[in-house]
Write a protein that binds this ligand. Sequence first.
Ligand SMILES: O=C(O)CCC(=O)C(=O)O
Length: 277
Amino acid sequence: MPEDMNTLRKSLVDDGVIRVRGALDAESMRMAEDAYNWSLAHPGPLASQFQGTPQAPSRFYQDLLNPNAPGAYRPMLEESRAADVVAELWGSPHVWFFYEQVFLKEGGESRRTPWHQDASYLPIEGEQLAVMWISFEPIAKEDCLEFVRRSHRGVLHDGTRFDPDDDTAPIYGTLPRLPNIEADREHFDIVSWPVERGDVLIFHPRMLHGGAPTHGGRRRRTLSLRFFGNDAVFAPRPGNPGATGHGAATRFGETSLKLAPGEPFRGPRFPKVRPRG
Ligand SMILES: O=C(O)CCC(=O)C(=O)O
């Protein structure tokens, strides 16, 4: 990695998010793009598409947790630099692939992705959890994903229903409601960066994040790869109905995992990708 590893490691732990410039070489990006294209060609049971509104007429497609993705993504996970980057940042040789998510926004002005924390939807806790956000197009800072610095050390909020009339409308009703960050931006320490092809954003899934709108004539293709490490434990969320959004503790095979809260998070759905082989 061209950037200073110690600085990046410290910022990831302290701030919860970093941009790693030039993290993925051309071959790694080609493999990541192949994986992304595989996902677009093979919609899974959780794929969804929004055609937009007259005010925001863009197409927004997303898919995640495709049951066949671990197999289809395996060559990329084995051979690209993606999992190496995570291992280097954690200072640990042990990296498991959790799941993928693809986003495609095109065709006009799109709404912002509402502020949220991925962890609200995920039955997992630990320090060694990472989302790697890869864009196949360069993105200006004002159009990139935004984060509330250090929010991974704060409250875990309820999920958002992605309700166009109310970004903070809760899913479970059992966790504290999301703050209305957009209405009160100056009270939050918001960070973002521009990205070039090969740069990645890496963040802890408890981080409050949102944004990344697209504009007329623009297309944004992004892939989020989620990883966990040695210290990850099973942490079911209270009241998670398993029905919406990342949906879904049950989609992770919670019952077949047969894990008790606090037990190491491991299961056949989640291949170990480092050390290699
Ligand atoms: O790319 C986006 O619009 C949202 C990304 C996101 O929320 C994620 O990767 O967790």
